[in-house]
Design a protein around this ligand. Structure first.
Ligand code: PHE
Length: 464
C-alpha cells in the first residue's frame, strides 16, 4: 500500500464506514423535503432509477480509481496517469469537500444542541402538551430561529463538533473512522427501525404511506428527475473525493460491485425509512400542510418535535431522534474531512496529527463565519446568499456535478478500456456480469445525465 496509513481492517469496516459517510443529512434532512417538494409519490421510483443508473456506476468509478491509485483524491490521478494534468479533476473533489465542511459542521452542531435540549427537557419548555400542534409549532419555530441566528450557542456547538471530529480523525482510519462506524451505524439502524414501527402504527398512517409510496407517474416532470439526480449525488457522497479516499483504504480483495451495491441499498433503505417515519407522522398529526412545506430545517427542528409532543414519552423520542441525527452527521463529517487530511498526508508527507490540525483548526473560523451569516452578522454574504447557503448550493449544485462528470470521463475515456472490468473482477479473480454494464453506463450514460443536471442548475441560477 502506497499510503502511509493503515487501511480498513475488515469487510464490515469498509461497509460501515462507507455507509456511515453516505447516510447523513442527505437522508434525514434533505430527502423528505425533496420528496415533499416533488409531489411525493412521483419521486421515489425516479430516485431509485437514479441510484441504479447513476449512483452505483459513479460510485464504482470512484472506488476503482481510489483502490487502483492508492492515494488521496488528487494523488490517485497522479499515480494512474503520471505526467498528465488529470489530477486537476481531483482538485474539484478536494475543493468541494473542503467548502462543504463548515456548512456541515454547523448543522451537525445544531444536532448536538437539540440532543442536549432533549436530554435536559428544555426542548419542550413553554410547550403545552394538550394544545394543538399548530400552536406548538409556533413555539418550536421561534426557538429554532432564535437559536440558529444567535451569535454564540450554535458556534459553541459547532466547535464541540469540530473537536469530536479531531479526536476521531487523530486516531486514524482503522482506530478512529472504522471503529466509530462499526459502533454507531448499527445503533442508527436500530433507532430508525424503532421510529418506523411507531410511526406506521399511528392513526391515519396509511395516508402518509400512500403519499410517499403509491407511484403516480403523472407527477413526473423534468424537475422531479433533476432533483432526484441531485439528491442521489448528495446522498451517496459522490463527486467529493470521499469515495476515492475511502477506497484507497480498501483491502485489495474487496469485492467492489458488492460493496457499492450494499452501500447504495443501505443508503436508499435509510431514505425510505425516513420517508416512512415522516409522512405517516405528519399526516397523522395534521402537519402535512404546514405553510413552509417540509424544508429540511423546519422538518427536523419543528415538525418532528411537534410530533413528539403528541406521543407518550416525548422526551425519550426526542433524545433518540437527535442521537440518530448526531450519529448520521458525525460519520459523514469525518469522511468529508478525511479527503483533505489524506491529501496533506500523501502530497506533503505530513504526519496525521499535523494534517488533522491544519485541516480542522481553520474550521474554527470558517464554521463560525458560516453560522454567523445566518443572522448574527447578516452582511456575511456571497453572491447574494448567506455564506451558509452559498457553501451548500455552490458545492452541491456546481462543483459536485463537475467533479463527477470529470471522473466518468477519466474512467470511461482516459484510462485503458479494460480498467473498470479489471477493477470489478479484482484483475480476473472472478467473473463479473455487471462489469460491461457499468463500463457502458460510466462511459456514456452518466456523463450525459450529469451534464444535463449541471446545465439545468446553471439555467436555473441565471433565471433567478
Ligand atoms: N452523503 C452524506 C449525506 O447525505 C454526506 C455528504 C453530503 C457527502 C454532501 C457529500 C456531500 O449527508
Amino acid at each position: 500500500m502506497k499510503h502511509n496509513d493503515l487501511g480498513f481492517a475488515s469487510k464490515i469496516g469498509v461497509i460501515a464506514a462507507t455507509v456511515g459517510s453516505a447516510v447523513g443529512l442527505g437522508n434525514i434532512w434533505r430527502f423528505p423535503s425533496v420528496v415533499q417538494s416533488s409531489g411525493g409519490s412521483a419521486f421515489l421510483l425516479v430516485y431509485l432509477g437514479c441510484v441504479l443508473l447513476l449512483g452505483i456506476p459513479v460510485m464504482l468509478a470512484e472506488f476503482s480509481i481510489g483502490r487502483a491509485g492508492r492515494s488521496d483524491a488528487v494523488g490517485v490521478m497522479k499515480n494512474l496517469t503520471p505526467g498528465k494534468k488529470w489530477w486537476i479533476l481531483g482538485v474539484f473533489g478536494l475543493l468541494s469537500s473542503y467548502l462543504i465542511l463548515p456548512f456541515y459542521m454547523v448543522v451537525a452542531g445544531w444536532s448536538i444542541e437539540y440532543l442536549y435540549q432533549s436530554v435536559t427537557g428544555s426542548l419542550f419548555a413553554g410547550i403545552d402538551f394538550s394544545a394543538d400542534t399548530a400552536a406548538n409549532s409556533a413555539v418550536f419555530t421561534a426557538n429554532m430561529n432564535e437559536f440558529i441566528t444567535s451569535a454564540t450557542k450554535p458556534v459553541v456547538w459547532t466547535y464541540v463538533m469540530i473537536l469530536l471530529n479531531l479526536f476521531i480523525l487523530l486516531r486514524g482510519v482503522r482506530k478512529g473512522i472504522e471503529k466509530l462506524s462499526n459502533v454507531l451505524m448499527p445503533i442508527l439502524f436500530v433507532i430508525l427501525l424503532v421510529f418506523c414501527g411507531i410511526s406506521l402504527s399511528l392513526p391515519n398512517a396509511a395516508e402518509g404511506v400512500e403519499f410517499f409510496l403509491k407511484p403516480d407517474f403523472s407527477k413526473v416532470t423534468s424537475d422531479v428527475v433533476i432533483s432526484a439526480l441531485g439528491q442521489a449525488f448528495f446522498s451517496l457522497s459522490l463527486g467529493m473525493g470521499i469515495l476515492v479516499t475511502y477506497s484507497s483504504y480498501f483491502p485489495s480483495d474487496t469485492m467492489m460491485t458488492r460493496t457499492a451495491t450494499t452501500v447504495a441499498v443501505c443508503d436508499f433503505f435509510v431514505a425510505v425509512l425516513m420517508g416512512l417515519i415522516i409522512f405517516p407522522a405528519v399526516t397523522s398529526f395534521g402537519l402535512a400542510d404546514t405553510p413552509d412545506g417540509l424544508n429540511g430545517t423546519t422538518l427536523v427542528f419543528v415538525t418532528l418535535p411537534g410530533v413528539f409532543t403528541q406521543m407518550a414519552g416525548s422526551q425519550i423520542w426526542a433524545i433518540l431522534f437527535f442521537a440518530l441525527l448526531f450519529v448520521a452527521t458525525i460519520t459523514s463529517t469525518v469522511s468529508i474531512a478525511e479527503v483533505s487530511i489524506a491529501f496533506l498526508r500523501d502530497r506533503f508527507k505530513l504526519s496525521r496529527t499535523a494534517s488533522c490540525l491544519i485541516i480542522l483548526l481553520p474550521l474554527f473560523v470558517t464554521s463560525a463565519i458560516c453560522s454567523l451569516s445566518l443572522g448574527a452578522i447578516p452582511e456575511l454574504q456571497i453572491a447574494g446568499l448567506s455564506v451558509f447557503d452559498f457553501l451548500d448550493s455552490f458545492t452541491t449544485n456546481i462543483l459536485l456535478p463537475i467533479s463527477a462528470i470529470g471522473i466518468c470521463i477519466y474512467v470511461g475515456w482516459v484510462l485503458h478500456k479494460n480498467f473498470i472490468r479489471d477493477e470489478l473482477t479484482n484483475y480476473g479473480a472472478f467473473d463479473s456480469w455487471a462489469a460491461p454494464f457499468v463500463q457502458f453506463l460510466v462511459k456514456y450514460v452518466c456523463p450525459i445525465l450529469i451534464i444535463a443536471i449541471l446545465v439545468s442548475q446553471l439555467v436555473h441560477l441565471f433565471n433567478q
